[in-house]
Design a protein around this ligand. Structure first.
Ligand SMILES: NC(=O)c1ccc[n+]([C@@H]2O[C@H](COP(=O)([O-])OP(=O)(O)OC[C@H]3O[C@@H](n4cnc5c(N)ncnc54)[C@H](O)[C@@H]3O)[C@@H](O)[C@H]2O)c1
Length: 363
């Protein structure tokens, strides 16, 4: 430990080969919590983000914010990446519904954009590349627990792209370029760049603003969850690990205890918002349901335990909503629901049809 920076205890990085890190998607839900975490670990951390959700920042603090370059991954070049020892790549159209906005765009940004970034990173001599994949690749997975070696069964363009990126970036791996693939469970918990389109956060927001927990499914699908800060902890474990432990490896990120059915998630939320009614819907053609084994991450990183549980996350959200007196307008504001925000930016011609920013003309 080397003292306190911006109220956060700061250490020396455990892996001395890695000093400078670039986080793409730094202005996202995960990125906004990962950046301070990496900074506190002693890394020199910078971000890159095109800024689709820049309008949304749910709560404030007095901390300095690391530098974030406004850039689209689709136009990144090796010269933008010189000097970084590692890239944590989060910048994509994130989650299944957001990607339904336009399937070909999903392939363009999530598959081709990510592979291109990895290729340019390799050219620039970046040694480590951590990719935020998703347990969503297991798709219609049934009741058995899926390991990293199980046959995936992706149901959406989002999940298919995750697999294509894993395949194509793994093919770049060699002694100088070490990629690792983290298949994260669905995240939950507070982040200043809040998202209310993921299950637990959505149910907690509904409970707080409407007094109702409305499930869009019948509650039976399996959905493993992981706290947003525990995704950050997994990234740090990978950064600190020797290259041979993480070389082109895939890790499911979460813990076995947190394989929930959606109705269990609703129960965890309603125990914290007891004044709420819970109603169920139908599965409406969404056949995503997967249980996941997290034995591999536990085996390789024995310190990766004590993950935050759903009920604790719901409690954190309740206390945040109380503190900031969150209104229904805020809960429903576009920047916190990705599909809404992208559609709003396209409708107002701030983004073009390919999700590139348009020049701002005032006449
Ligand atoms: N949140 C989850 O539950 C979850 C679960 C599993 C995997 N993941 C993955 O983790 C990553 C981060 O997720 P998140 O929830 O923070 O997403 P997010 O949507 O909140 O953040 C993604 C960020 O990337 C940026 N971005 C998107 N396209 C870009 C581009 N072409 N160029 C530059 N920036 C771009 C956006 O502006 C946004 O700030 C994603 O790849 C996602 O698929 C997330």
């Amino acid at each position: 430990m080397e003292g306190v920076v911006n109220g956060v205890s700061k250490c020396t990085p455990a892996n001395t080969h890695i000093q400078r890190i670039l986080v793409t998607g730094a202005e996202g839900y995960i990125g906004a919590t990962l950046m301070p975490l990496l900074h506190a670990q002693g890394y020199a951390v910078e971000g890159l983000d095109t800024g689709y959700y820049r309008a949304g920042w749910l709560y404030h603090d007095a901390q300095d914010k690391p530098r974030i370059i406004t850039r689209d991954t689709r136009v990144i070049r090796a010269e933008d990446l010189y000097g970084y020892d590692a890239i944590v790549h989060l910048a994509e159209l994130s989650n299944d519904p957001t990607c339904e906005i336009d399937e070909s765009l999903t392939y363009d940004i999530n598959h081709r954009g990510s592979v291109r970034l990895a290729e340019e990173a390799k050219k620039a001599g970046v040694g480590r590349f951590i990719y935020a994949s998703s347990c969503s690749v297991y798709g219609a997975g049934g009741d058995g627990e899926k390991t990293e070696a199980s046959e995936p069964n992706p149901q959406t363009a989002y999940a298919r792209c995750k697999l294509m990126v894993e395949r194509d970036v793994a093919a770049l791996a060699d002694r100088s370029f070490v990629p690792t693939f983290l298949r994260n469970a669905t995240a939950f918990g507070p982040s200043p760049r809040m998202r209310f389109d993921i299950v637990l956060n959505n149910l907690a927001g509904l409970a707080w603003t409407k007094g109702k927990i409305q499930l869009s499914s019948d509650g039976t699908p399996w959905r493993p969850l992981v706290h947003v800060m525990d995704i950050g902890r997994a990234v740090i474990e990978v950064l600190n690990a020797p290259s041979d432990v993480v070389f082109a490896e895939i890790f499911n990120v979460g813990c076995d205890r947190q394989n929930y059915r959606v109705r269990d998630i609703a129960e965890a939320v309603s125990s914290v918002f007891p004044e709420c009614d819970v109603t169920t819907g139908s599965n409406q053609g969404d056949n995503r349901s997967y249980r996941v084994s997290f034995a591999k991450i536990r085996k390789h990183f024995p310190a990766y335990t004590g993950l935050v549980e759903a009920k604790t996350g719901a409690r954190q959200l309740r206390s945040l909503f109380e503190r900031i007196r969150m209104t229904r307008e805020t809960f429903e504001a576009p920047p916190y629901t990705r599909l809404k925000q992208l559609q709003a930016l396209r409708d107002t011609r701030q983004l073009d049809g390919s999700l590139y920013w348009q020049p701002h003309a005032i006449s």
